[in-house]
Design a protein around this ligand. Structure first.
Ligand code: CP
Ligand code: NVA
Length: 311
């Protein structure tokens, strides 16, 4: 059977991404309304986590169950890259499971795993990117404002894996993307250059968050110290002074309907205030809930099962 990996947002074409987002909505209704719908009957997913997770684990495992399949959750004890090479892990899991979802540290490990896998591999986050999160983010923006197209999205904070996946999205959907970060915390220049070369979206790197957010349709942030960087918390706290998304920053957009999004988990009081997290502008829990709906669609897409949704 033909299958596809999903390792970065722009593994999807513009048309495929629009189709996956539309499928997520119809699939949600089908799963909720049709108790017999089971496109993953007798199929199993391996969910491999080298790093901590709440949303990714629960959304994939619950999604597999809701679609009639089964998920096997594997933790850091697998030792990808230490106990066993990524390619050996892939060749073993491929024989038992119909899809592998992997959250790993090094992106190169994910590429090695995917190259050796004979079943679809979905990226559940690496140090480089987090494409599943972007599917949920885009779905949330569609639900709230009708479309992602043309939105001014201002990411305030660390130019990290979330920013790289926003850049991947901006390569396939037309947006006005701004990353406002302290000097030295920019996204990788090659990721910025690739999106600019794709020619669909504008990409701006700013060091002035209050100026950057003017006119924003979406303000997005993430932790200042990602998993694997927790020994840098204090240094980063100093570097990111002035980058907390607070009510003054939300007001500086000059728009009454700016959305606030965060991939979570959030460190309230650092990158975002309690007040913004709890404000009507904040859609962070709708966004978290959309992880499952968006991922159910990408699982079917990767397995070539999207046609089952409208049967
Ligand atoms: N946003 C996200 O991926 O959350 P987890 O790390 O809890 O899976
Ligand atoms: N940048 C964060 C995202 C968590 C979902 C991290 O990698 O820890």
């Amino acid at each position: 059977m033909a299958f596809r990996h999903f390792l970065r947002v722009d593994d999807l074409t513009t048309e495929e991404l629009r189709h996956v987002l539309a499928t997520a909505a119809t699939l949600r209704a089908r799963i909720e309304g049709d108790a017999k719908y089971a496109p993953l009957a007798k199929k199993t997913l391996a969910l491999l986590f080298a790093k901590a997770s709440a949303r990714t684990r629960v959304s994939f495992e619950t999604g597999a169950f809701m679609m009639g399949g089964h998920a096997v959750v594997l933790g850091p004890e697998v030792g990808v890259g230490t106990r066993e090479s990524p390619k050996d892990v892939a060749r073993v899991l491929s024989q038992f499971n119909n899809l592998i979802m992997a959250r790993l540290f090094g992106h190169d490990q994910l590429l090695e795993l995917a190259a050796a896998s004979t079943v679809p591999v979905i990226n559940g986050l690496t140090d480089y990117n987090h494409p599943c999160q972007l599917l949920a983010d885009a779905l949330t923006i569609v639900e709230c404002r009708g479309s992602v197209d043309g939105a001014k999205v201002v990411y305030v904070g660390d130019g990290n894996n979330m920013v790289h996946s926003w850049l991947e999205l901006a390569a396939v959907l037309p947006i006005d993307f701004v990353c406002a970060c302290p000097p030295g915390y920019e996204p990788l220049p090659e990721a910025v250059a690739a999106t600019r070369a794709a020619g669909l979206s504008t990409v701006t790197i700013s060091h002035d968050p209050m100026e950057a957010v003017v006119g924003a349709d979406v303000i997005y942030t993430d932790v200042w110290a990602s998993m694997g960087q927790k020994d840098e918390v204090e240094a980063r706290e100093r570097a990111f002074k002035g980058f907390t998304v607070d009510s003054a920053m939300m007001a500086a957009t000059g728009k009454a309907d700016t959305l606030f999004l965060h991939c979570l988990p959030a460190e309230r009081g650092r990158e975002v205030t309690d007040e913004v997290m709890e404000s009507p502008a904040s859609k962070v829990f709708q966004q978290a809930g959309n992880r499952m709906h968006a991922q159910n669609a990408i699982v079917l897409h990767c397995m070539g099962l999207c046609d089952t949704v409208d049967e």
